[in-house]
Ligand binder design. Structure first.
Ligand SMILES: CC(=O)N[C@H]1[C@@H](OP(=O)(O)OP(=O)(O)OC[C@H]2O[C@@H](n3ccc(=O)[nH]c3=O)[C@H](O)[C@@H]2O)O[C@H](CO)[C@@H](O)[C@@H]1O
Ligand SMILES: C=C(OP(=O)(O)O)C(=O)O
Length: 417
């Protein structure tokens, strides 16, 4: 099994570019199922989840021409197998995103309940409830969702909670339904907007993009288009948090600061100096960070996908931070591992109280999920001595060449087998 070996204590310095966003690329790849015409996507990150999604789409019948520069042409002229097996989807939550498009285009789908990181139970009841409201007949059979519909019909759907992939699945399904669908309590994450904009380029009629009420007027068919995946705001935030924890001076290019407001505000509160342009962020950190409280919530509030990285930052900050996780019920698994590095953290329910210590000490740690991996890397970068991060297959689901990018910023980090 591969692991990362880190020698901590170096400041980060230099410039790197940010990759396309995992959480935008995965739903965008699924839009190919909605049309018989070719969809061309640019800026696709090279990630394990993307490889898994491409393999799944291929099995469904999509023909794919991909190059090494992040461009792929996807043609779903004939959908031959509207299903997704457990083996195909067990590692990837986003596999559920083929459900809505398959049902809308072919009238049927047989999809394994999805896997992914063990950060919570993560049911898909809202996806199912929404599709049923649009007229689908759905049953759960031995861990699989069996769905059928003649043609989906527009419906008024109020989601019980804000769900990102739930909003995306229903929005994609509604583009080809008869009549108008209203999605209330919809997610406003920038990745949802990126998907909506691509669908609009494909001929979908969508209003309210970026708000919590999205209105979709169904059309008979969509056409192909060309679209660039938005920059990864979580990857951007991860590098900025690493540089804030380690100290240094970094510039991130090909990114979008506008999607990171609350994260940038929090970093400034810790003492970072930040400048932004349309597609770049520059961060300088010249002192020990101040502890910073945070509470995760749907966009535009603080993202749960940045909670673990900020926990690492708080471990070496001056003062005590209170971190509250409101999205996932099991997203503190990194706490146990941070304690191996001598972090001082107490967990009470969905709150972690982090007492900053002047120094972390290197140790062997194990990554338990994707963002926990990033958190442990940041902790290893600030710790004195050697840290080994094991089980980095989680990391490879969502970060493109993270160790190479960090090495480019001067970190001592290498992957060993
Ligand atoms: C591929 C992708 O985009 N993943 C992101 C997406 O995951 P994902 O879309 O899976 O997360 P959701 O927004 O759906 O989950 C939010 C909360 O709603 C609950 N829920 C969700 C759907 C449902 O039908 N029933 C239900 O109870 C979940 O268990 C969770 O507690 O948004 C999360 C929250 O920003 C991010 O952490 C993930 O990185
Ligand atoms: C939880 C995450 O991803 P996924 O929903 O794909 O498991 C994440 O990106 O942090």
């Amino acid at each position: 099994m591969q692991k990362l070996v880190i020698h901590g204590g170096k400041k980060l310095q230099g410039e790197i570019s940010i990759s396309g966003a995992k959480n935008a690329a995965l739903p965008l790849l699924c839009t190919s199922l909605l049309t018989a015409e070719p969809l061309i996507l640019h800026n696709i990150p090279q990630l394990k989840d993307v490889t898994t999604m491409l393999a799944l789409l291929k099995q469904i019948g999509v023909s794919i021409l991909a190059n090494d520069n992040g461009t792929a042409e996807l043609s779903a002229t004939h959908i031959t197998d509207p299903s997704a097996s457990y083996d195909m989807v067990k590692t990837m939550r986003a596999a559920i995103l083929v459900l809505g498009p398959l049902l809308a285009r072919t009238g049927q789908a047989y999809i394994s309940l999805p896997g992914g990181c063990a950060i919570g139970v993560r049911p898909v009841d809202q996806h199912i409830k929404g599709l049923q409201a649009m007229g689908a007949e759905i049953s759960i059979e031995q861990g699989y969702i069996r769905a059928q519909a003649d043609r989906l019909a527009g419906a008024h759907i109020v989601m019980d909670m804000v769900t990102v992939t739930g909003t995306e699945n229903l929005m994609m399904a509604a583009t080809l339904a008869s009549g108008t669908t209203v999605l209330e309590n919809a997610a406003r994450e920038p990745e949802v907007n990126d998907l909506a904009n691509c669908l609009i380029n494909m001929g979908a009629k969508i209003d309210g993009v970026g708000s919590n009420t999205i209105v979709i007027e169904g059309v008979n068919q969509l056409h192909g288009c060309s679209h660039a995946v938005m920059p990864d705001r979580i990857e951007t935030g991860t590098f900025l948090t690493a540089a804030t924890a380690c100290g240094g001076d970094i510039t991130l290019t090909q990114t979008c600061a506008d999607t990171l407001d609350v994260v940038l505000e929090k970093l400034v509160e810790t003492g970072a100096e930040i400048e932004t342009g349309t597609d770049w962020v520059h961060l300088r950190m010249r002192k020990r960070p101040q502890a910073i409280n945070l509470r995760t919530a749907p966009y535009p509030a603080f993202p749960t996908d940045m909670q673990a990285q900020f926990m690492a930052l708080n471990c070496i900050a001056e003062g005590t931070a209170v971190i509250t996780e409101t999205i996932f019920e099991n997203r503190f698994m990194h706490v146990q591992e941070l304690k191996r590095l001598n972090a001082d953290i107490q967990v009470e329910g969905n709150t972690a109280i982090v007492h900053g210590v002047p120094q972390l000490d290197g140790a062997n740690v194990m990554a338990t999920d994707l963002r926990a991996s990033a958190c442990l890397i940041i902790a290893g970068l600030v710790a004195q001595g050697e840290t080994t991060v094991d089980r980095i297959y989680h990391l490879d689901r969502g970060y493109e060449q993270i160790e190479l990018k960090l090495a480019q910023l001067g970190a001592q980090i290498k992957r060993v087998r």
